[in-house]
Design a binder for this molecule. Structure first.
Ligand SMILES: NC(=O)c1ccc[n+]([C@@H]2O[C@H](COP(=O)([O-])OP(=O)(O)OC[C@H]3O[C@@H](n4cnc5c(N)ncnc54)[C@H](OP(=O)(O)O)[C@@H]3O)[C@@H](O)[C@H]2O)c1
Length: 230
């Protein structure tokens, strides 16, 4: 079994810790400078993972936008875009979602083992569907991605995914961007949910970098000994 990938969590949140507001519209937390920074981080990863909730809510494409970064990836012998990965129990995913229809890179769907047949019927023409446990165990996902050659995984949300990677002790790095406003609505999704996190008052995470990007701030936390690898 190969080593699990280096796992980098990336997230933008409001001052009061929300990933979005409670409306159907996508809330823009970042600015252009930060979107470009995120694009560079994406370009340095082998795979990008989002939860099924983020696909349903945001319909993200999860591609590298910069032509120069795409060309650099090709010059390194990689696909222009990282592999796309998602996790679902319900398999309530639209095969026409941008996740499946944009980009030529592989798409991987880790679904609950009990729903794998349904998922393959619905999504099998668009993605590789993999049974991941009931519910899907993020350790299984990380191990399987390592076996598939993924050395660097970027987890881009939402809160359920961040919570599971953090509480499982699988996160090597957290890149947290704070936008300069409040959401103030507890119906909105939060950065993380309840859980037992390895970092508490007696085990403080290491703040490795603080970077100002216009009106947002990037906080970069080192969460494991592997921080900074690659
Ligand atoms: N600001 C940011 O940086 C950022 C980034 C990403 C997302 N967001 C926002 O975050 C919100 C979505 O976050 P979220 O926490 O609600 O959703 P999420 O984490 O994207 O996805 C949750 C869904 O993933 C599936 N899932 C998660 N863990 C699973 C497991 N162990 N086994 C099987 N399935 C599992 C389930 O899908 P099924 O229901 O299909 O079973 C679950 O409903 C959206 O509002 C989006 O805009 C913000």
């Amino acid at each position: 079994m190969a080593e699990r990938p280096y796992i980098l969590l990336s997230c933008g949140m409001s001052i009061d810790g929300y990933l979005d507001d409670a409306t159907e519209e996508r809330l823009l937390l970042s600015n252009d400078a930060d979107f470009d920074r995120v694009d560079a981080v994406r370009a340095g990863c082998d795979a990008i993972l989002v939860g099924a909730g983020t696909i349903r809510q945001d319909n993200p494409r999860l591609l590298v936008r910069s032509a120069a970064r795409r060309a650099d990836r090709v010059a390194r012998g990689e696909d222009p875009d990282p592999v796309k990965v998602t996790v679902t129990s319900s398999c309530r995913l639209d095969p026409e979602a941008s996740f499946f229809t944009t980009g030529a890179a592989d798409k991987l769907v880790y679904c609950a083992t009990s729903t794998v047949d349904d998922a393959r019927k619905l999504l099998g023409d668009h993605a590789t569907v993999i049974a991941g446990g009931d519910p899907v165990d993020v350790r299984v996902v990380a191990g399987d991605l390592g076996d598939r050659g993924v050395r660097r995984l970027m987890v881009e949300g939402g809160g359920h995914m961040h919570t599971q990677f953090l509480t499982a002790g699988l996160a090597d790095e957290l890149q947290l961007v704070v936008a300069p406003f409040f959401v103030g609505d507890s119906r909105a999704p939060r950065f993380v949910h309840d859980g037992v996190f390895p970092w508490g008052p007696d085990n403080r995470a290491r703040l490795a970098e603080v970077r100002r990007l216009g009106d947002v701030v990037l906080l970069r936390y080192a969460l494991s000994e592997r921080f900074g690898d690659g």
